[in-house]
Design a binder for this molecule. Structure first.
Ligand SMILES: N[C@@H](Cc1ccc(O)cc1)C(=O)O
Length: 536
């Protein structure tokens, strides 16, 4: 871990990258210590105390929750409410979020609470920061949120852990929170009346996951551009399909960026001939920028949706300590994240489909312009036995089908729940989880097709004449997966390459590559950059 990087939670907007850095343990979480920030946070908590004293009634503080808000709780029982809330929501099931996802969820909740509109004490933010600093991770089951009373059930596990209850993952082991807190001298928090609701009534589970999904998708977009370039070489494709003039007349900026990347990879420096008599390539080569471009052009608005949600007070009620108001609304509704994740699912699964089609062309002597069947590298008698990448193609087809199947939007499955109080919900957490699964499957497809295109390029025998960028990808892959000259079981090297892909190991169009910054007609909205600051 680079201990120099710190992400400061002080109410200032944070980026997707900041959340991912924390999730990947590339940066430390730090809570703002400026007196002004501390006072701003504590003022909200004090305002609730004052209201309670003066009026004796605040929703979620002296009432039941949701549909039960008409039930008034006598002041002598009010202190018990937050514990009651996280306790009855302790009904999550399914697999647990993994360590990286859990860190992202904690960081997303902290970002929102640090805005200062949720009426929690600074002390609570400190406890949340402590979990991140010491990597004490609540065991959060993934299933049981409709994503529109916030992620109540998943976040109940965060609330309970702050209060010293339930289980955490600490130093690789599931342990009772109480044991870990005792060992580290951390005092369990007794949550104040509004604090249970403030932690749970928000979109942090889906938003944390969305940050991770965004970063993976952004890398996959670049990886599939590089794979397309290699596929074009292996299939003896027509590089003029990526001509600059051609793309200038259909100016989607992301699509143009993809064409520009492929053009550079293919060293296309001349303009197209006056009259190209070559046959046109199949769509999975010729239209690759149009397919990858949909994802690339979606990135700015996806970032805007995700970062706006991340940096919002997505709680209810909202506490405006400055103006002295308790504002009742529905900011726990995760509609933007639901739509972002449902859309990202479709865009990413289309990359799987694109690469699956490229693989299909490469494998089949009817379409591959003279390459051996199944890209077998065997010679002599062995060639008769060899099946090359045949099974890998079948696997790619299976992974692609599974990814495509999961693109069914989650948000349209809204259903009325909780005695019709929550009669329209976002299903954003389901969308985000589906998106992660589609990313996993598409990464598998990408790694498999990368093996195939590199084999195809080598079978052509012209690696030395390729652009430095393409040669570099061939070299990087070959360090981990040799040329397939005889059939072998590929599982282990596929797993290794997958791991490398997830670590963004392949060098792809780094930031010095021209035109990777969004253009003026692809506005960043209120997305915020540069929240990652060196240790002060
Ligand atoms: N999200 C609801 C509150 C709620 C909390 C817990 C529940 O079980 C149900 C509803 C609101 O703010 O209106």
């Amino acid at each position: 871990m680079n201990s120099k990087n710190t992400v400061v939670f002080d109410g200032q907007p944070l980026t997707i990258e900041a959340i991912c850095q924390i999730a990947n343990q590339q940066a430390q979480a730090k809570l703002g210590r400026q007196p002004k920030f501390i006072e701003r946070i504590n003022k909200g908590a004090r305002f609730i105390d004052t209201l309670l004293k003066e009026e004796g009634f605040v929703y979620g503080v002296t009432t039941g929750y949701g549909e039960s808000c008409t039930v008034s709780i006598p002041l002598n029982l009010v202190e018990q409410l937050p514990r009651q809330l996280y306790t009855f929501h302790g009904c999550g099931l399914g697999d647990h979020f993994d360590a990286r996802q859990t860190r992202a969820i904690l960081a997303a909740r902290l970002t929102s609470l640090a805005r200062g509109y949720s009426g929690v004490r600074y002390k609570l933010l400190q406890q949340l920061t402590e979990l991140l600093k010491q990597d004490i991770l609540p065991m959060i089951p993934q299933e049981g949120s409709v994503g529109a009373s916030g992620d109540l059930t998943p976040l109940s596990y965060v609330a309970a852990v702050l209060a010293g209850e339930r289980d955490v993952l600490y130093q690789g082991q599931r342990q009772p929170t109480q044991t870990v807190f005792a060992g580290l001298n951390i005092e369990a928090l007794t949550l104040k009346p509004k604090e249970g609701l403030a932690i749970m009534n928000g979109t942090a589970a889906m938003t944390g996951i969305a940050c991770l999904a965004y970063q993976r998708a952004e890398y996959l977009s670049r990886l599939s551009s590089r794979i397309t370039s290699l596929a074009s070489v292996a299939l003896k494709g027509n590089a003029y399909h990526f001509d600059e003039k051609l793309f200038s007349v259909k100016p989607h900026p992301g699509q143009n960026r993809v064409a520009e990347r492929i053009r550079a990879d293919l060293q296309l420096r001349r303009s197209a001939p006056r009259h190209d008599t070559r046959l046109q390539d199949r769509y999975s080569l010729r239209c690759a920028p149009h397919i990858i471009g949909v994802l690339e052009d979606s990135l700015p608005w996806l970032r805007q949706f995700i970062e706006t949600e991340l940096n919002s007070a997505n709680d209810n009620p909202i506490i405006d300590a400055e103006g002295e108001h308790v504002l009742h609304g529905g900011h726990f509704y995760g509609g933007h994240i639901a739509f972002a994740m449902d859309s990202l699912k479709t865009a990413v699964a289309n990359l799987a489909d694109l690469m699956d089609r490229q693989m299909a062309q490469l494998m089949d002597p009817k379409f591959n312009n003279g390459l051996p069947a199944n890209l077998s590298g065997a010679v002599g008698e062995q060639a008769l036995l060899s099946h090359g990448f045949k099974a890998l193609q079948i696997a790619v087809s299976a992974w692609t089908a599974e990814a495509l199947k999961l693109t069914m939007p989650a948000s349209v499955f809204s259903r009325s729940t909780e005695c019709h109080n929550q009669d329209k919900v976002s299903m954003g957490t389901i969308a985000a989880r589906d998106c992660i699964r589609i990313l996993e499957l598409t990464e598998q497809v990408a790694v498999a097709v990368l093996l195939a295109v590199v084999q195809g390029v080598e079978l052509r025998g012209n690696v030395d004449s390729l652009s430095p960028a393409l040669q570099n990808t061939v070299r990087q892959l070959r360090e981990h997966s040799p040329f397939l000259s005889a059939d072998r079981a590929l599982e282990q090297e596929l797993r290794l390459c997958l791991e490398l892909s997830r670590k963004q190991y392949w060098e792809l169009y780094d930031s010095s590559f021209p035109d990777t910054t969004p253009r003026s007609h692809a506005p960043r909205g209120n997305a915020v950059q540069g929240a990652l600051r060196p240790e002060d």
